[in-house]
Design a protein around this ligand. Structure first.
Ligand code: NCD
Length: 325
């Protein structure tokens, strides 16, 4: 494992499987009455959020607290960033306080890379989403959810996702979730198909390790999991499709379309969902949709990543004799 987690593309197959397996260990802690481990006692982690977030921010904070780290939350709104302070000066302020890890979300693609490689700070850097570039812990929690649902909790240990067919649908152009998933799923041996209107397919997609289709209906029956993406209006500077109705009709997932999936297939969404746009309420609330499960799995994945980047050589989880039986 490298010292930072900036991109899903930096992970080898063995790194990724180790993170997924460690997350399974961490998930067992979540099943205990006291959900806390002493692993990161005395270490300080800063959550540096320059962009809005609900799930990712709460999930990192929960993971850090479950590992007994000291947590500092920083959001750009209400800080000196709104007075014009640079990333460099913010980073040097954190360094002066002696932080061990920085979890950063930033609107600019490349900001976490800059932070990790600038020499401004000594801490481990974890990318919690940068612009349209990468969101590696999201891809890891998605892979964890797929492995559990498509292979099984115990049967999945040590396994990758070889041969699984994953369809990613929607605003691929603006999606760091799609980019991270394509990289990680490829590393894990899965076959990825992107489905999007031609205007929301990135230039250069031919060099990505995946297929592209414009026809959702014919792709669904060949999918083990379908991942729906939000249309990221906040990153759009032009009209990419005629109307919302037109978009939903061609690329939205409703009950009729969901019925085209094989019986074992799951429906995923990283959140936030825009019900009625990319997914109907019927699908979002169905037993096949793993959106809420993905959030719970996110805590285990982030615990695993923090432990592996910061944790040293101690075993992550010690199980009591009674639990082992
Ligand atoms: C995504 C993000 O922020 O990249 N959400 C998340 O982290 N769970 C996707 C989105 O905003 O649509």
């Amino acid at each position: 494992m490298q010292r930072h987690l900036i991109s899903a593309a930096d992970l080898t197959r063995d790194d990724a499987v180790l993170i997924l397996d460690t997350a399974e260990e961490m998930a067992r802690v979540a099943d205990r009455p006291i959900k806390k481990l002493p692993t990161l006692r005395g270490r300080t982690i800063v959550n540096l959020f320059f962009e809005d977030s609900t799930r990712t921010r709460i999930s990192f904070e929960a993971a850090e607290k479950r590992l007994s780290a000291d947590v500092i939350n920083f959001s750009a709104k209400g800080s000196s960033v709104s007075k014009g302070e640079s990333l460099k000066d913010t980073a040097q302020t954190l360094e002066a306080m002696g932080v061990d890890a920085v979890v950063i979300r930033h609107g600019a693609s490349g900001a976490p890379y800059r932070l990790a490689n600038s020499g401004w700070i000594d801490a481990a850097v974890i990318n919690a989403g940068d612009g349209t570039h990468q969101h590696p812990t999201q891809a890891l929690l998605d892979a964890f959810t797929m492995r559990r649902r498509l292979i099984g909790r115990d049967a999945g240990l040590g396994q990758d996702l070889s041969g699984k067919r994953i369809t990613v649908v929607g605003d691929v152009l603006h999606s760091r979730v799609a980019r991270s998933n394509v990289d990680l799923l490829h590393t894990l041996g899965a076959e990825v198909t992107l489905v999007a209107p031609p205007t929301l397919v990135p230039v250069g997609v031919d060099s990505w390790p995946c297929a592209v289709s414009y026809d959702l209906d014919s792709t669904l029956p060949k999918s083990d999991a379908v991942m729906m993406l939000r249309v990221q209006r906040e990153r759009m500077n032009a009209a990419f499709f005629p109307t919302e109705r037109e978009y939903s009709r061609r690329y939205g997932l409703d009950g009729d379309r969901m019925a085209r999936l094989p019986e074992h297939a799951i429906v995923m969404h990283p959140g936030p969902m825009v019900r009625g746009m990319e997914i109907t309420a019927e699908v979002a609330d169905s037993g096949r949709c793993t959106a809420v499960e993905q959030v719970a799995n996110g805590v285990s994945i982030r615990m695993a990543v923090l432990y592996l980047l910061l944790g040293g050589n101690e075993p992550a989880v010690t199980h009591s004799r009674t639990e082992e039986k």
